[in-house]
Design a protein around this ligand. Structure first.
Ligand SMILES: [Zn+2]
Length: 205
């Protein structure tokens, strides 16, 4: 019997999926993610946020991203892999750029490993060109993010539809910077795992 990577209890539910080699977490733990599934619009592009960025999400993300607990990669989307693949079957996933120093230390791209389970093509066409930690910056300074995220457009040759993904959305500035750099003839959608942003009309425009 497998043990849950979050609660360490034996997994009793019979969830099985072609998308998970083996079930690494229990449904009770997955149910602790506070589902939000709210739609929003950012710079005219439609997006969806899956969860609230609450203490539970924050803890699990920190354990995975900050403590390099690679085994947690499937807990964020494991029960949703098939839904996401079905919904975005003609899309190519474009990852928000990660901090390269942290990625090197961690030994894996945290976002890529969450989305590998969806089994759609993934393109890493964005990079950050200097050390940057958004959460430590004030809103005014976040405008600078536009100059920090760089695109390699050649990696999008022949691509018609992209699903821009990120783990947490705070000011929306990273997503905006990505949207603005992707050629306008490419159809775009956004999916973020968690956010506490309140989406009012024209919030992000
Ligand atoms: Zn569990």
């Amino acid at each position: 019997m497998n043990k849950c990577v979050l609660c360490d209890k034996t997994i009793e539910d019979n969830f099985s999926s072609l998308f998970l080699e083996k079930n690494s977490f229990c449904y009770k733990c997955f149910a602790k993610f506070k589902r939000r599934e709210e739609k929003f619009e950012i710079d005219g592009v439609k997006g969806i946020v899956l969860y609230w960025y609450d203490e539970f999400f924050k803890d699990v993300l920190y354990q995975y991203k900050g403590c390099y607990d690679y085994l947690l990669k499937d807990v964020f989307l494991g029960y949703l892999y098939e839904d996401i693949k079905r919904k975005y079957r003609k899309y190519v996933i474009v990852l928000a750029p990660s901090n390269e120093n942290e990625e090197e230390k961690r030994g894996f791209n945290h976002l890529e490993n969450i989305f590998l389970g969806v089994r759609l093509p993934i393109v890493k066409c964005f990079s950050k060109n200097k050390k940057w930690k958004q959460s430590s910056k004030k809103i005014e300074e976040r405008k600078e993010v536009q100059n920090i995220i760089k695109i390699d457009k050649t990696l999008l040759n022949g691509v018609k539809k992209v699903l821009i993904v990120d783990d947490v959305m705070t000011s929306g500035s990273t997503i905006k910077a990505m949207i603005r750099q992707i050629p306008s003839n490419i159809d775009k959608k956004v999916l973020v795992l968690a956010s506490n942003c309140r989406f009012l009309a024209n919030d992000f425009n």
